[in-house]
Write a protein that binds this ligand. Structure first.
Ligand SMILES: Cc1cc2nc3c(=O)[nH]c(=O)nc-3n(C[C@H](O)[C@H](O)[C@H](O)COP(=O)(O)O)c2cc1C
Length: 229
C-alpha cells in the first residue's frame, strides 16, 4: 500500500504533528510492501506537488493540530485546491489525525464532522479520524513520557498497514478524556485561579511580541473605536 501523509502543522517538521506521524508511519512501514511519503502543507509553494501526490496515492492521511477550533490555514488552502477532484473516479480513501492543545477530545468533534463531509464531497471512503487531545507538550517531553502514546500510534499504523482499517480500540484510547470529569474540572479551575494554565501560552505570546495584543478583535465592527491596550 502507498500512503501519503500530509502534515498540516505550521511548525512543519519541528511540531507535535510530525512527532505523532513519525510513529504512525513507522508502524505502517513495518508491514512488508508498504511505503509512505510525508509532505508538509506549510510548504505552500509545493501545492502542485501536493496535489499530484494526492492524485497518485492509494491512501491519504491528513494530519493537523486544532487551530482556533478548526484547521491551520495551509490545511484549508489545500482542501480548497481539492475541489476539481470532487466526485472523481478513483480518489484515494482518506483518514485523518486531529490533535489539540485543549485536553478534551470534544473540542475536535466539530472538525471531525467537517472531515466526514469532505470525504463525502470528494466521493471517497472515509477510513476514520484519530483524535488526540492535550498534544502541546509532546515535543518538549522526554521520549520516555511519550512511550505509551507512541506505542499506540505505531500499533495503529501497523494494523492500518496490514488490514486497511483503524483499530477502534486504540482510537478510543487515544481520544481520552472526551470531557473532564468533575474532579479534573476542579483541579483545572484551581490551576486557572493560580495562573498556571495560562503561564505557558503567555510565555509564547511574549516570545512573539503579541502579549499586549492578546485581547484584540481586529474584525469586530467597532474595532476602530476601541481604545488600545
Ligand atoms: C495559533 C494557535 C491556535 C490554536 N488553537 C487551538 C484551539 O482552538 N484549540 C486547541 O485545542 N488547541 C489550539 N492550539 C494548540 C495546538 O493545537 C497544539 O499546540 C498542537 O499540539 C500544535 O501542534 P503542532 O506542533 O504540530 O503545530 C492552537 C495553537 C496555536 C499556535
Amino acid at each position: 500500500m502507498r500512503l501519503t501523509a500530509f502534515n498540516g502543522s505550521p511548525r512543519g517538521a519541528t511540531g507535535n504533528t510530525a512527532r505523532m506521524l513519525e510513529q504512525f508511519l513507522a508502524g505502517f512501514n513495518s508491514v512488508p510492501g508498504n511505503s509512505a511519503e510525508a509532505r508538509f502543507l506549510c510548504r505552500t509553494r509545493e501545492m502542485d506537488e501536493h496535489l499530484k501526490a494526492y492524485a497518485q496515492s492509494e491512501r491519504v492521511l491528513l494530519a493537523f493540530p486544532l487551530y482556533v477550533d478548526s484547521m491551520p490555514a495551509a490545511v484549508k488552502a489545500f482542501i480548497e485546491e481539492l475541489e476539481p477532484f470532487c466526485g472523481r473516479e478513483g480518489n484515494p480513501p482518506l483518514l485523518f489525525l486531529v490533535h489539540s492543545g485543549f485536553p478534551e477530545a470534544s473540542h475536535s468533534r466539530p472538525v471531525e464532522r467537517y472531515l466526514a463531509k469532505l470525504a463525502k464531497r470528494l466521493g471517497c471512503v472515509n477510513k476514520g479520524t484519530i483524535i488526540k487531545p492535550g498534544s502541546e507538550g509532546l515535543r518538549h517531553l522526554p521520549e520516555d513520557m511519550n512511550r505509551k502514546l507512541f506505542g499506540r500510534l505505531r500499533e495503529l499504523g501497523c494494523v492500518f498497514g496490514s488490514e486497511d482499517r483503524l483499530e477502534a480500540r486504540i482510537v478510543k484510547q487515544l481520544a481520552k478524556p472526551e470531557r473532564f470529569n468533575p474532579v479534573q474540572m476542579a483541579v483545572f479551575a484551581a490551576m486557572r485561579l493560580l495562573g498556571i494554565t495560562n503561564r505557558y501560552w503567555d510565555a509564547m505570546l511574549r516570545k512573539n511580541n503579541a502579549y499586549e495584543k492578546r485581547f484584540d478583535r481586529p474584525y469586530a465592527e467597532d474595532a476602530d473605536k476601541r481604545p488600545g491596550p
